[in-house]
Design a protein around this ligand. Sequence first.
Ligand SMILES: Cc1cc2nc3c(=O)[nH]c(=O)nc-3n(C[C@H](O)[C@H](O)[C@H](O)COP(=O)(O)OP(=O)(O)OC[C@H]3O[C@@H](n4cnc5c(N)ncnc54)[C@H](O)[C@@H]3O)c2cc1C
Length: 427
Amino acid sequence: MHISRRNFITSLALGSAAALLGISDRAFATGRGVVVVGGGSGGATAARYLRLFDPTLRVTLIEPQRQHQSCLMSNEVLAGMRKASSLQFDYVKLSQLGINVVHDKVVTIDAEKRRIKTQSGDTFPYERCIISPGIDFRWADIEGYDAQVAETFPHAWNAGKQLITLQQQLQSMQDGGTVLITTPKPPYRCPTAPYERASLIAHYLQQQKPKSKVIILDANPTFIDQRGFKQAWRRAYHFATEKSLIERQSGAEATVTEFDAANKTVITQTGQRIKADVINIIPPQQAGNIAATSGLVDESGWCPVNLLTFESHQKSNIHVIGDAAIVGGMSKLASSANAQGKACAAAVVALLNGRAPTAAPLIETRYSIIGHELALSSNAIFKPTAEGHQLTQIPEESTRKKVKPRPLREFYNAHSWYNNITQDIFG
Ligand SMILES: Cc1cc2nc3c(=O)[nH]c(=O)nc-3n(C[C@H](O)[C@H](O)[C@H](O)COP(=O)(O)OP(=O)(O)OC[C@H]3O[C@@H](n4cnc5c(N)ncnc54)[C@H](O)[C@@H]3O)c2cc1C
């Protein structure tokens, strides 16, 4: 096993963290190892709960970024309701819990040898590995739109720099301009976020540029929580009237297949050409690239897993959670990734200790901010079968069908929820 100087120093530091937690240095030196790849909503939760459930476990979290940029609440930045700096989270609390946090990018996961290699050449053996690499984009699906073009016409679907570019473009747009948001076919990260984004851009326009409007070009005939959104848009933005700040087109006519960057024009499946002043293309998606290069995806581009343990159907001892995984009817959300992170950590601890994992409910919570003091919420509860072959929704516990905008209450609940979940993820 290769141990670099940096890993050696981290191990020494970890020894002191272990002492502080009352865990013997020997337990650290000889403890079983779990490596978690990706320190976003799913990975950071899993790493944290592995240590909380079994403090003798050696847990390493590998994540390239020193600061996580949250997509949650990122649409509020576009509306001028929040600073982008409030979306950043570091890994200090996770390190203090005794997790070996390594800032590097994983380049290979060798399932046979149970060994991970990083970009800087370090090697990490594992007994079990959990990966939560999020999403990547299917660039080939929209001709003329790729990673480079996205720097100028940002998707802003990973927060960070592109979110600021999109915000600046909205700020420099003339009053009377058109903002275009295009949505892909499912599955994609956060199925309500395009509509929340349209709402919050409409909020900004209403305050600053009231002659402008937002057009949603939607590849989907219907969308999740749509009844509540439409009710809220009618209430706040004159939706479905001549004065509406939001317009939505759907179906093949609204499915974008091509982008003409020079003319700021999108072209749809039926040949419709739409020009706009600010263009936000949300591209079709797939599991984060490391999942594909490690042989964890199926023909859909996502990772099939056992729904009790999240162990990959393709490779033993590797568990996949978060957006990258196919988890029955659960939406690709931070709340889902957080629930899966805990369930997966519990299953991995059970398996490493020779116990059978037990089925626990997984709760998905969704808040969508519509404007100032106006928001929607819904939740859904799922339970895996004992063998993890299926995930059933518990119907009477789910509120998806009853979603409606409630002024004040949901808006303030949403912000408390955000504070609580980010604390649950990053400590
Ligand atoms: C605009 C918007 C608004 C949203 N709002 C909400 C909301 O209100 N509520 C909600 O629940 N969800 C929301 N989401 C969805 C939420 O952001 C995602 O579902 C969630 O982040 C998924 O967690 P994850 O762990 O799968 O991926 P991520 O949180 O993206 O984490 C993946 C991590 O893996 C790392 N990684 C990738 N490849 C490697 C590699 N090779 N080696 C090491 N590390 C790697 C990345 O750097 C990243 O940090 C929103 C999303 C968007 C786009």
